[in-house]
Design a protein around this ligand. Structure first.
Ligand code: 9MR
Length: 376
């Protein structure tokens, strides 16, 4: 008779202690990776200062909060192979060693991207554009060399980045123009040959737009019909306070997942700044002239904007938690607001607040709510 009651009492007491000690912990005890464990990995893109652990506060934060890291720039082709046949792996090696030291999942970003492709790759010794055969061989060599160097150490590669336009058409990149649409298939095939156990992803921005959603789904379906290995689709997630709608973003999570691949939120940030033109996604070539009215929060973020940002993050994380069975990873595109590329795009020299940690390495107040949400 008394036994169930004493067990119940014990459980209540333990719950009280657990809850109480949680409440006593300061914000430094928040841990995103523990909170979301069992749901999805939580990652950050790292810059060189962080990769080399030159910034102690950043290093501590990365270790405590994240279980996955992506190299923000140093694995892009123009850095890895600046001249034909001359590979520079110094920074990428350090990135991989860092991830291994802390037992974090490593994401390779990115093998084939029209932007930051080294210029030589499209040009022959005669100064003219190379043939289809030559470009395919150059891609093969690049992918084989890079992927096999880290074979068994990188969990997954963003094999092709941003090959489809927002309306679903093929981007007229040099890769597309010279090789045709099968450059995608070839890139995936070469990556798979070099590391058959690595996961392979297609990654793009503005993925919530109907045209892009359909274009990407069409391409992935074709790859799967041909038996090409593709494990995941990365939705970059460069968001702002009022773009895109949650419903559109959710529609894409569902559409991509129904193709039989994992969904990854690969480059999450939420800008609070005005966008001076129609460019919403992450088209790196778009740039607008600096104007003071476009930089309204240089001295700090007003409470009401901070609260909008908090709500936006909460809505999106609630969506990710709802679909955690389809989502493998959520990666923030940077660590603190000071590091974010959004301070310089699409207008240089602004002060944005797009990430979870502020310029003093402190978790923003709403981060605790994200952590609580994960536990519910
Ligand atoms: O954050 C990256 C920034 O530091 C670089 O200058 C920029 C240009 O290479 O690339 C940024 O990262 C991009 C990513 O590699 C692909 N998706 C869009 C990201 C933002 O431009």
């Amino acid at each position: 008779m008394h036994k169930p009651r004493s067990v119940l009492l014990l459980v209540i007491t333990l719950l009280f202690i657990a809850n109480h000690s949680w409440a006593q912990k300061g914000p430094e005890e928040l841990s995103l990776k523990s909170a979301f464990s069992g749901k999805f990995d939580i990652g950050a893109a790292l810059n060189l200062k962080q990769i080399y652990e030159r910034d102690e506060q950043a290093a501590a934060l990365i270790k405590a909060q994240f279980n996955s890291i992506t190299a923000e720039n140093c694995m892009k082709a123009m850095y890895l192979q600046p001249k034909e046949g001359e590979f520079n792996f110094k920074d990428a090696d350090r990135f991989v060693e860092l991830g291994e030291k802390y037992g974090m999942q490593l994401i390779g970003h990115t093998l084939i991207w029209h932007s930051q492709a080294p210029e030589w790759i499209f040009i022959g010794k005669d100064g003219k554009e190379v043939s289809r055969e030559v470009l395919i061989e150059r891609i093969r060599k690049h992918i084989h060399t890079v992927v096999s160097r880290y074979k068994g150490r990188i969990k997954g590669w963003d094999v092709v980045n941003e090959a489809i336009l927002d309306n679903g058409d093929w981007r007229q990149s040099k890769f597309y123009q010279i090789i045709g649409e099968d450059f995608i298939e070839l890139a995936f095939q070469f990556a798979h040959e070099a590391d058959p156990d690595a996961e392979l992803y297609y990654n793009d921005f503005s993925m919530s737009q109907k045209g892009k959603r359909e274009g990407v789904a069409r391409m992935v379906r074709k790859l799967k019909v041909k038996g090409v290995q593709i494990n995941g689709i990365g939705m970059q997630g460069h968001l702002s306070l009022d773009y895109p709608s949650l419903a559109d973003f959710e529609a894409s999570i569902l559409a991509f997942s129904s193709l039989g691949v994992q969904v990854m939120i690969t480059e999450l940030d939420i800008s609070v700044l005005p966008i001076p033109g129609p460019s919403q996604g992450a088209e790196v070539s778009t740039n607008y002239q600096y104007d003071q009215v476009l930089n309204p929060y240089g001295e700090g973020l007003p409470v009401e904007v901070e609260s909008k940002l908090a709500n936006r993050y909460k809505e999106f994380f609630a969506l990710f938690v709802k679909h955690h069975d389809k989502i493998d990873r959520v990666t923030l595109w940077g660590l603190t607001d000071a590091d974010s590329w959004k301070n310089n795009w699409p207008v240089r020299g602004r002060t944005d607040y797009p990430l979870l940690f502020d310029r003093n390495y402190q978790a923003k107040p709403f981060v605790r709510e994200l952590v609580e949400m994960a536990k519910e």
